[in-house]
Design a protein around this ligand. Structure first.
Ligand code: 13P
Length: 248
């Protein structure tokens, strides 16, 4: 179902004290904003702090595709469900590029997440050299097809377009560049599964902050944000959320 989402990917940041404060401080700041879903992705070891509250939906930043087994250091979709997760990030560029996750692994993860009734937020995006050499659409198309071709109901998946060159660099895609990619993504989704693309949320991520939220959210095909650095502080994330309702 297409809805507006403002999600925070905390990567390997925060600690139990800062998270307890966030869980207390964030909900009142967004209490009057009801048509946006807020989702937080903390590091695995802090998921239990979210399980102990019921105001902020949450998910994991990664998972393994097998249900169980001798996979030291890995965590399955069933285990995440057990901790109350409803969402999981799959294919974040840091997983693809630093941890060398392959398209085959990501497809298996998406299918395993859906099997366990987790909503995958599937992250895609081109590197700067791919954009410079005119390969952006080619890259996005193959990432979408590699990950989603076997999915039976695409409306159960959320897409996050995160151009690699915009992540953690302070350099956001212009609204026009982001919208162009989002339009392309929606048209690809339409060819993978006709009739559903208008029902899928497509988020933008990459140096999102309150200062650039208003211009980005005005774009017709941007349904919300996956925010890194600016999601760590409750006030900043709440500001992004507020601008996202005001300007849409
Ligand atoms: P930044 O917002 O810190 O650029 O990170 C974006 C991101 O990777 C979200 O998943």
């Amino acid at each position: 179902m297409r809805k507006k989402i403002v999600a925070g990917n905390w990567k390997m940041f925060q600690n139990s004290f800062s998270i307890k404060d966030f869980i207390e401080d964030f909900p009142p700041l967004v209490a009057d904003i009801d048509d946006i879903e807020h989702i937080i992705f903390p590091p695995f070891v802090y998921l239990n702090l979210f399980q102990a509250q019921n105001k902020i939906p949450y998910g994991a930043q990664n998972m393994h595709f097998e249900e169980r087994g001798a996979f030291t250091g890995e965590i399955s979709a069933g285990m995440l469900r057990d901790l109350g997760c409803k969402f999981v990030l799959i294919g974040h560029s840091e997983r693809r590029h630093i941890f060398k996750e392959t398209p085959e692994m990501l497809e298996k993860k998406i299918l395993a997440a859906l099997q366990d009734e987790l909503t995958p937020i599937y992250c895609i995006g081109e590197k700067i050299e791919e954009r410079r050499s005119g390969k952006t659409f080619e890259v996005l198309s193959s990432q979408l097809r590699d990950g989603l071709s076997e999915v039976r109901d695409l409306t159960k998946v959320i897409i996050a377009y995160e151009p690699v060159w915009a992540i953690g660099t302070g350099e956001t895609a212009t609204p026009e560049i982001a919208e162009e990619a989002h339009v392309f993504i929606r048209s690809e989704l339409e060819t993978i599964m006709p009739g559903i693309s208008e029902d899928i949320s497509v988020l933008y991520g990459g140096s999102v902050k309150p200062e650039n939220t208003k211009e980005l959210i005005k774009m017709k095909n941007i349904d919300g944000f996956l925010v890194g650095g600016a999601s760590l502080k409750p006030e900043t994330l709440a500001q992004i959320s507020r601008f996202s309702v005001e300007e849409k």
